[in-house]
Design a protein. Sequence first.
Length: 481
Amino acid sequence: MPEKARQTAMSRVGRALVRLCVIGLLARPCVAADPLGPLADTARLHGVAPTAVSALVWAVDDAKPVLSVNPAVPRNPASTLKLLTTFVALDSLGPTHTWRTEVYALGPVRDGVLEGDLLLKGYGDPYLVEENFWKMLGALRRTGIRKITGDLIIDDSYFAPVARQHDAFDGQVFRIYNAAPNAMMVNFGATTFTFVPQPPGQSVTVHVEPALPNLRVSNNLKSASGPCRELAETVDLEVPAATSGPEVILSGHYQARCGEQTLRRTVMSPTDYTYGLFLQLWGQWGGSLNGHVRNGIKPTQMTPWLIWDSPPLAELIRPLNKWSNNLMADALYYALAGVQSEPPLQGSDGAIAIKRYLATHGILAPELILENGSGLSRTTRISAETLHRVLSYAYQSRYMPEYLASLSIPGVDGTLRGRLTQGPEVGWMHMKTGHLDDVAALAGYVHAHNGKTYVAVLLINGEIGGTNALFDTFLQWTYRQ
């Protein structure tokens, strides 16, 4: 056969194999002419190179995968790393594990008056949100304290100070996802700014929630005409160096036709934020505080006046994974560190705890590099193979139902609520996404049409154009097995 004819024939065979792979008719791993198998056409369309992709699809009860692409290559997993953090925490700490916050009365209490300071000692509660903080202060009020003559003291020494260089990551210092872990973090330190435009040329109305009494907001925004643009392009948010308390300066031109929009940012230190929210909520309970705020250490050998427990771990991993909360993931990371390390806890202690767990349970992860528990990192590395091992082990574990329930259901809820909303696969997948610049990742479980459950992992590092299309192709192909 002439060389040209032979190459044409081989090309036809290769394309046929790819088609068989795509429609799921091959009973062996997809190793067609194109190494990406069912992802080939979509990847080619969006300029994603085969070397940038790792993919593994493997039924939990099968001996071999149905798709294997670069499975051992270490890659940045972005937020799919939370799958590792949350499972190790769930299996190590147990679903009923809680975090406590201790309240100390540093003085005598007479006729409802605390003659001295009130101290809050934090241990990294991942979900001390505004509602729970309000309930905690209500419980404090019911102990009989009404008035505090001294200061509010914040003890966040359970975690070592974190020197996270926000600018080194993406330059977005005040983004919620960039907030550093803190043992006494309340409400994720989040402030929501709602912009309500007025006619062009007039000031823009700004609502702040929570409206903390110790935060000054200088609003220099002007309403403008023209097409709507991204908030980041039109609103300049400045946090000047604190001289007389926390302050935010808003300036720029906000397009009136954008309508009402919101912006969530962390613009205060954890201590200042906790103090401001304390003043607001304590006042709602009829309480008063004469003093100010400062950091300090709880006295040794002193019994807490009140202990507040967080919701259990099994409940907390649902908002964590479904909405990819970085601060909550890092709190689990530190909780794992606290099992065998002494405070003040370091982030590196969490890495040691996770690697020790994997080794103890025979889960090979020679390439694993951990910087934190959330995946917000440029240095973290894991392979599709290792992530598959973790997910396979988790599926056979005692707390599998709690773990699966924490993952996003494509087309239904979480970060994948807007994907695959119409097809027969809706409701048959539990997945976790991950995104950074030049990183896209997807991992979890697909309960396929053939009755099998597949662990599905897709990691892309490099050119990541067409991420949504690749995700959809990957999940739909896996479901059709």
